[in-house]
Design a protein around this ligand. Structure first.
Ligand SMILES: *Cc1c(COP(=O)(O)O)cnc(C)c1O
Length: 446
């Protein structure tokens, strides 16, 4: 029987309180952008001319010398790294990932080695480059970068993201200055950032953005920067390893349309509407026992305030994981920002909530709490013998009065969070996701 796609999509809609997540389809593309994408699908066009037009729009949006559209931001990082190794040498471009005749080392601070679905080091390495991590997880000093830069170095990759360590690392301005002295280009992975100008302004040679995150376009990436390096990246996309991750005309037109919309958007009005949802969520949560809502700013300076939902009780890590999982697998499914559930909280992001989502989220939370999701998080912690923690401490006292960690309260103390049900569902794909399709759509996953 033929699949009725419209019904399938309606039945499987996930309420997205997690932000811009590739796993959830990344963005809800606005009508005017979607219309232009549809227009592009019907016609033939010289793709290089289309990319040259895209370059002029990227230049206007970013202040860079040139730009091109890639299959995704991850694809953009890959072709940017490839371009920094090969330049415009078509022979070298065709030879990748063989880098035996090229400078192939790519430097990255250890605290920037993030995983946005895949480790960024894999995206760099698939070009044939070798990754050299410098510093330690939470610390990097100028001398460590100066020491690492040598004739083997093709590029420095600098990641701006909520995933990175947020303190103790080298700021972009310093990295750009030190790398420039050594004649080495700096590629900024700014996939998830709103600011389209600062990274180039601070000295990045190439900046990479996602077209399907805050820009709300269809899936694509944007590479902006020095003309020679953008050209080299582009050549790697059309004549080298980037062919396996190429972008089609619909992606290019979608990225351009999304950029034009972004340039004309009343951002202040949009952020006010988003903040109203944040307030509604926070106020609604005051009526749900066991939850504590706090407003938090985006860690990298994006114009987003989110609701952080703290779980109280003997084992907040388990409770946060259990509630996030219950929301994700119930009906309708609600995806929350669950990167830090082991610390006893998750966050709600207002950017991708649609009209009518807020009351549904609040009701699903209240319902999960009523059904006892939080009670099923037994504490492995010893009973505190001294009543009261003297504030929100994660430690207590032994019977003889010595300080001891309340092992239910700290993420490092073992058996905190049960293994992720969603990861298991992925390993069981497609079977785990096909359950319920015939009978009108149970939620996917376990
Ligand atoms: C999302 C993200 C990516 C990947 O972006 P895509 O466009 O989905 O490939 C890369 N880097 C960072 C920091 C991200 O947040």
């Amino acid at each position: 029987m033929a699949v009725d796609l419209v019904s399938w999509l309606q039945e499987h809609r996930v309420i997205n309180a997690s932000g811009t997540m590739t796993d959830l389809g990344a963005s809800s593309v606005p009508e005017d952008v979607a219309r232009l994408v549809m227009e592009s699908l019907r016609c033939f066009v010289d793709m290089h001319a289309l990319q040259a037009m895209a370059s002029s729009v990227i230049v206007r949006a970013t202040g860079a010398e040139a730009g091109c559209v890639t299959g995704s931001a991850a694809g953009g990082v890959a072709v940017a790294v490839a371009g920094c190794m090969t330049g415009s040498d078509l022979g070298a471009i065709e030879s990748l990932p063989d880098t035996s005749a090229l400078s192939r080392r790519v430097i990255i601070q250890k605290g920037h080695v993030v995983n946005f679905g895949v480790p960024i080091s894999q995206v760099i390495r698939l070009t044939g480059a070798e990754v050299l991590e410098i510093g330690s997880a939470t610390d990097c000093r100028p001398y460590q970068l100066e020491h690492a830069l040598d004739r083997e170095t093709a590029a420095v990759v600098y990641v701006v993201s909520h995933h990175t360590v947020q303190s103790g690392l080298l700021p972009l301005g310093d990295v750009a200055r030190i790398a420039r002295q050594a004649g080495v280009p700096v590629i900024v992975d700014a996939a998830s950032e709103y600011d389209l100008r600062s990274f180039i302004g601070l000295g990045a040679d190439l900046a990479v953005y996602s077209a399907h995150k805050f820009l709300a376009g269809p899936t694509a990436g944007i590479v902006a920067g020095r003309k020679d390096l953008v050209r080299a990246a582009y050549l790697n996309q059309v004549r080298g390893i980037g062919r396996a991750m190429k972008v089609g005309k619909e992606g290019i037109v979608g990225a351009v349309a999304a950029l034009e919309r972004w340039l004309a958007l009343d951002h202040g009005a949009q952020h006010e509407a988003e903040y109203r949802r944040v307030r509604e969520l926070g106020e609604g949560m005051e009526r749900i026992p066991g939850l504590r809502a706090v407003e938090v700013p985006d860690p990298t300076g994006n114009p987003i305030t989110r609701v952080r939902v703290h779980l109280d009780g003997p084992n907040p890590g388990r409770a946060a994981a259990a509630l996030a999982q219950a929301l994700r697998t119930g009906s309708p499914p609600v995806a929350v920002r669950d990167h830090h559930v082991d610390l006893g909280y998750f966050e709600l992001d207002p950017c991708n909530l649609l009209e009518g989502d807020v009351p549904v989220i609040l009701e699903r939370m209240a319902q999960s709490v009523r059904e006892g999701v939080l009670k099923e998080s037994p504490s492995p912690a010893p009973e505190p013998v001294v009543p009261g923690r003297l504030g929100p401490r994660r430690s207590t006292y032994t019977p003889d009065g010595l300080p001891c960690v309340d092992v239910g309260q700290v993420p490092w103390a073992g058996q905190g969070i049960p293994p992720g049900g969603r990861e298991q569902a992925l390993l069981d794909w497609p079977d785990a996701y096909l359950g319920g399709m015939g009978d009108g759509g149970e939620s996917p996953g376990s």
